[in-house]
Ligand binder design. Sequence first.
Ligand SMILES: [Zn+2]
Length: 368
Amino acid sequence: MTQILISPAKYIQGSGELNRLGEHCAGLTDGEVFAVIDAFVLANYGEKIVRSFAQSGIPLRVHEFTGEVTMARIEWLAAMPELRKSGVVLGIGGGKTLDAAKALSHLAGLPAVIVPTVASTDAPCSALSVLYMEDGRLDRYLALRRSPDMVVVDTAVIAKAPPRLLAAGMGDALSTYYEARACHRSGAVTNAGGTGSLAALALAAACRDTLLADGAAALDAVRQGEVTPAVERIVEANIYLSGVGFESGGLAAAHAIHNGMTVLEECRPMLHGEKVAFATLAQLMLEQAPEEEIDGAVRFCRSVGLPVTLKALGLEDADESKLLRAAEAACAAGGPMANMPFTVSPRDVVDALLAADRRGSLVSESGC
Ligand SMILES: [Zn+2]
């Protein structure tokens, strides 16, 4: 049994870190920095970023990124002559921009510095890029040869992003402990390529404890655009604890059920973490988890506005045949459902979804 844990070489988080990006990158290269920056971020924070590199005396090449992350586009970027003078690829923005920067660093064989400007998923710390086709369909999960060399998070920037994104990140992070625990029980091989370690399980447990303690307060603060200690802790939970926790602790039923939900048209407007939150409740039902644990998870979701019913996911009129279609996709061969410590059938998934819906409805109706 080989245990493997992977993580970014350095994780930096604080208010105003965008102003210190040049400083942070100084030790990584004698050459230029090639930056892939989200168009919205460039418009709002471009001046700050450029100034920070100028102060550190590091030449910066900026490539504005919009649209889809396709392999053709990454190969086109990798062939740019400017990249040959660069010693680092820097990605600043949301999921797609960061996936583009990570994939580019992989192709170019350069270190990656990743700067998430939202905390809506736990992807930034991972050694994985999700690539799409030109028409938006999923192309492939590109496994990178290593984790990002540095992840820098400016909490002041994250606090200005829409609160719904932070809540969705909490939904993605909520699943981490329960999935890591399931993998620990089954001895499953994680995304890191080995079985989970005590370290990964401990990070996942800290992630859950932080969410339950600080989630609601952090969301309130972000609604005011404020960075409080609760916001700092939730950003670390969403991005670092959940990121290392999922990758080295393992995925299981919650992400399998999320993947299944993506086949239903009704769920399309929902964010990744919103679907994962409800799928986590379904995993707890599958596991027949202790009542106290289920109650805590349902109440947490409710307190931060994450869906606790099928209706909230857009599945109000879903008949069982529709749920069965999603459940069959959730149990697809090669997916994370196989990491559960017991066999799960599509019928079990439908029953778990319905049980989670009934449990969530109780809390919703009681209003507490
Ligand atoms: Zn996720």
